[in-house]
Design a protein around this ligand. Structure first.
Ligand code: AMP
Ligand code: MG
Length: 329
């Protein structure tokens, strides 16, 4: 299977593969016509840059220029793993890969199939999440075929992805590292290693002129078809609010789903799914459940907010981006 995938990559075709975060749709990052196929298959806007996946730290020097000192410390600690770094790009990286930016996002994944594919191909792979644009990221090979079947050359099935939300993205081109997307590596872990880290204002839910630093942020992401309502507050208050909302929407003849963080709690909704009580489990199940709710054609998904500590920051970022409405009580 890997051999066939390698041949397709070398011919400039697209191959979906598992990583420890979500499934990626890979193609030769240095071949503009191969990269174009990724954008076409996903329906992804051309200004939304791709992450380049490597297997050997030495490749960093080929792909990036003016690499700051702090980079070594960060990759030493977090690579291979779910951390993407943004650096000034070198000449060999085509503009189509970086969405027209003069910076490039690079990551070294930990998943064995991903590493093997990159190593055997001997080519850095541009690979965004392997979902159709705007849909929740795929955590199973089936999600990839549901969205992109017939539009891509091959899918390598590696089972369920471990982390379930995408990599953390950190920009190292400024004086102080800036978190552009919370993800698999936590903000606390990075702060512990390097000290001060700026947080992009959009992560805090603010509008920002810094949008050009991470164009992907401006797009609504990860959305199921159903309307997601995020409810934050104490467990007791949230439960009360959920019950009220279920009654309200049922009166309007809507099909209501609930994503619950309490294992045995029963609601009067059309569909209740337990997403997990620990942050790790919630991250691992979140996108799959969004897709399951859609398959059952619910109109509304009520989601219980969680703490933004650790992996919770990334989880809440994805739910917020998917949300049609947020309620804090
Ligand atoms: P995806 O792989 O689909 O999760 O999307 C890749 C993410 O990385 C998007 O949010 C991009 O905006 C971000 N990204 C990729 N390249 C860059 C870059 N050069 N500068 C800032 N953000 C980037
Ligand atoms: Mg994506």
């Amino acid at each position: 299977m890997i051999r066939q995938a390698v041949q397709l990559i070398r011919k400039g075709e697209t191959v979906a593969f598992p990583t420890e975060t979500v499934y990626g749709l890979g193609a030769d990052a240095l071949n503009p016509s191969a990269v174009k196929k990724i954008f076409e298959a996903k329906g992804r806007p051309a200004d939304n840059p791709l992450i380049v996946h490597i297997q050997d730290k030495e490749d960093l020097k080929r792909l990036a220029s003016d690499i700051p000192e702090i980079t070594e410390k960060i990759i030493e600690k977090f690579w291979p793993g779910p951390l993407t770094i943004v650096l000034k790009k070198s000449k060999i990286v085509p503009k189509i890969t970086t969405g027209g930016l003069n910076t490039v996002a690079i990551r070294m994944p930990k998943n064995k199939i991903a590493s093997l594919l990159i190593k055997e191909a001997g080519i850095p792979l541009a690979a965004p999440s392997a979902n159709f644009f705007g849909r929740p990221s795929p955590t199973l090979a089936k999600h990839v075929s549901d969205d992109l079947g017939g539009r891509i050359s091959m899918i390598l099935d590696g089972g369920k992805t471990k982390i379930g939300i995408e990599s953390t993205v950190i920009d190292l081109t400024g004086k102080t590292p800036m978190l552009l997307r919370p993800g698999g590596v936590t903000l606390e872990q990075i702060q512990k290693l390097v000290g001060a880290v700026k947080i992009h204002p959009m992560i805090k839910g603010k509008k920002s002129k810094l949008i050009h630093r991470s164009p992907g942020m401006k797009y609504k992401h990860y959305s199921p078809n159903a309307k997601v309502i995020l409810i934050e507050g104490s467990t007791q208050n949230v439960n009360k609010k959920i019950s009220q909302l279920v009654s309200k929407f049922k009166k309007q003849q809507k099909r209501v789903g609930i994503m619950s963080t309490q294992k045995n709690r029963i609601y009067k909704a059309d569909m209740t799914r337990f997403v997990g009580s620990s942050t790790d489990k919630i991250a691992a199940n979140l996108f799959r459940l969004f897709r399951e709710f859609d398959a059952q054609k619910v109109d509304i998904i009520l989601v219980h907010g969680i703490s933004k500590k650790g992996l919770g920051l990334g989880v809440m970022n994805r739910i917020s981006k998917a949300a049609h409405k947020k309620i804090r009580i």
